[in-house]
Design a protein around this ligand. Structure first.
Ligand SMILES: *Cc1c(COP(=O)(O)O)cnc(C)c1O
Length: 424
């Protein structure tokens, strides 16, 4: 079969046959399908098999695959502009769109990935405060930057690696780890390190240990602690931004971060990232200020055009979020009902168009410790069953199921029908 042939060949030339580890399906018993084509909510592999796609490129494809407006923007832009490494009106358009439609972004800097956005935001926070230490939460993932590879969720969680080789102790000595949804664990750190903490970085709706929404009091408490100790609060909305709501998780909670990071949806499926926030902080960036951060490809015209087409469509059609919410609710309730009817212990966490079904006997999953108690063996069987039956979700218990605006109620019915058959 072509799928297996291509994957075997890929292993000869790329480590594990992939360019990002989770794609290798290491923890499940099947080979990854090799994807050839995507249309709307469907993808097709090299063997011609059709799947309903609930991965959406790990989040970016909220408009579904090859959305007409995004394809048009890419095609038209590429006729005239591929890369200049110079100012273009397109980057102004996207920057202005984001700064004017979101509440807590006065200025923004474009980069090329989520990893770049988070590592740059942390550097900026350090430059702004003149402090070195940061607080991150176990199970939260902020990209593969060295200082974040401590207790970092999903990919690392599935593989059971505590961190990563090649990370000198030196580069993580300023990373302090607290527990998600546990304010006391953060207070303890502040009491110990008082005026040394540059920033707290947090996923306001965690998606990289499976979906775990923060509790309101927890996020509010982080804001208060940051105010008290004059540290910056960074919301990593690389996954949740433009997904759980157009204005991100911060709008659902009504809590203002000092800096926010974006990627995934904001690039419309092209390599992208950005970080932004209060002007007074952003102006510390070079060329205005002393914090140096640069990028040959940053603000690339085609990426800006794809991002703008995506964000404008989402912004101009708020009903799309109603559709996503209805689909999410239907999937959540359906899965819970099937589990209950069949005595399968299951907790479903959801925020808008992202959800995780945790195979666990616990009543709730609120942090990394809870997530780790899941029955991953059971997940793997469920995953394999779904894939065989044309439902494509991420090959890990600790990832989100993503919905796109192109999913239909019938697609959710199909998911539930396949899930029901698993319990038989
Ligand atoms: C995906 C993700 C990142 C990393 O983004 P890349 O573009 O893969 O570098 C960072 N933070 C969060 C919350 C993410 O979900």
């Amino acid at each position: 079969m072509r799928n297996d042939y291509i994957f075997e060949q890929s292993k000869k030339y790329m480590p594990g046959g992939v360019n990002s580890p989770v794609r290798a399906f290491k923890d499940v018993e099947v080979n990854p399908p090799v994807i050839k084509k995507g249309v709307g909510a469907k993808i097709y592999d090299e063997d011609g098999k059709e799947y309903i796609d609930f991965v959406g490129a790990w989040g970016p494809m909220i408009l579904g695959h090859c959305d007409e407006a995004v394809v048009k923007a890419i095609k038209e832009t590429s006729e005239n502009a591929i890369a200049f490494g110079a100012t273009t009106e397109l980057e102004l358009k996207l920057a202005k769109h984001i700064c004017t439609t979101l509440d807590n972004i006065e200025m923004i800097r474009m980069v090329n990935s989520g990893t770049e956005a988070t590592m740059s935001a942390v550097k900026l926070a350090r430059g702004y405060t003149g402090r070195d230490k940061i607080i991150k939460f176990s199970g939260c993932y902020h990209g593969h930057f060295e200082g974040f590879l401590v207790s970092a969720g999903s990919g690392l969680m599935t593989e059971g690696i505590p961190g990563s080789a090649g990370v000198p102790l030196e580069s993580i000595k300023n990373t302090l780890i607290a527990d998600y949804n546990d304010l006391q664990s953060v207070k303890n750190i502040f009491e110990k390190f008082e005026n040394d903490i540059a920033a707290i970085i947090v996923e306001p709706v965690a998606g990289n240990m499976g979906v775990i929404p923060a509790k309101f009091e927890f996020l509010k408490g982080l804001r208060d602690l940051c105010d008290e100790y004059k540290s910056l609060l960074i919301f990593d909305e690389v996954m949740s931004g433009f997904r759980v709501a157009y204005k991100g998780a911060q709008s659902l909670y009504g809590i203002k971060p000092d800096l926010t990071t974006f990627a995934k949806i904001m690039g419309g499926g092209l390599p992208s990232g950005a970080y932004g926030g209060r002007k007074e902080i952003m102006e510390k960036l070079s060329p205005l200020g002393p914090v140096y951060q640069a990028g040959t490809m940053s603000g690339n015209p085609i990426v800006m055009a794809a991002g703008l087409a995506t964000l404008e469509k989402l912004y101009n059609n708020p009903d799309l979020y109603k559709h996503l919410e209805a689909l999410g609710q239907k999937l959540e309730e359906g899965l819970k009902e099937i589990a209950k009817a069949n005595n399968i212990p299951l907790v479903v966490n959801r925020c808008g168009a992202m959800l995780t079904a945790f195979f666990t006997k616990e009543d709730k999953v609120e942090n990394y410790e809870d997530a780790k108690k899941c029955d991953t063996g059971m997940f793997n069987k469920f995953f394999t069953h779904l894939l065989k039956n044309g439902i494509y979700i991420a090959p890990s218990q600790f990832e989100a199921i993503f919905l796109s605006v192109k999913h239909s109620s019938e697609d959710i019915d199909k998911f539930l029908e396949v899930a029901r058959a698993f319990t038989k």
